[in-house]
Write a protein that binds this ligand. Structure first.
Ligand code: ZN
Length: 89
């Protein structure tokens, strides 16, 4: 990949899944350098590894909860007692 290459990509809002167009710049190693939304009403989240976007209307707590679910799963907080549930019945 050429240094400074700009890719047109589409990424979904982490909260509601709405698709947005982005221009993502990569360096020669394929690491994301910058990420610019080409649609209005988009907030680009500062993630060093990948383009992450949300609608600008979502609150910070909404975005935080959606990110936790995306990266750790909807039941991440239930791991402690998941095996007890399976034993029932
Ligand atoms: Zn959204």
């Amino acid at each position: 990949m050429a240094d400074g290459q700009i890719n047109d990509e589409r990424h979904d809002c982490v909260v509601c899944g709405r698709l947005y167009s982005l221009q993502v710049t990569y360096d020669a190693e394929g690491q994301m350098r910058s990420c610019v939304a080409t649609s209005p009403g988009v907030r680009v989240l500062p993630d060093p590894n990948q383009p992450l976007v949300t609608c600008s209307v979502h609150s910070g707590s909404e975005v935080g909860a959606a990110l936790a679910e995306r990266f750790f799963g909807p039941h991440a907080h239930e791991h402690d007692h998941a095996h007890q549930d399976e034993a029932e019945g």
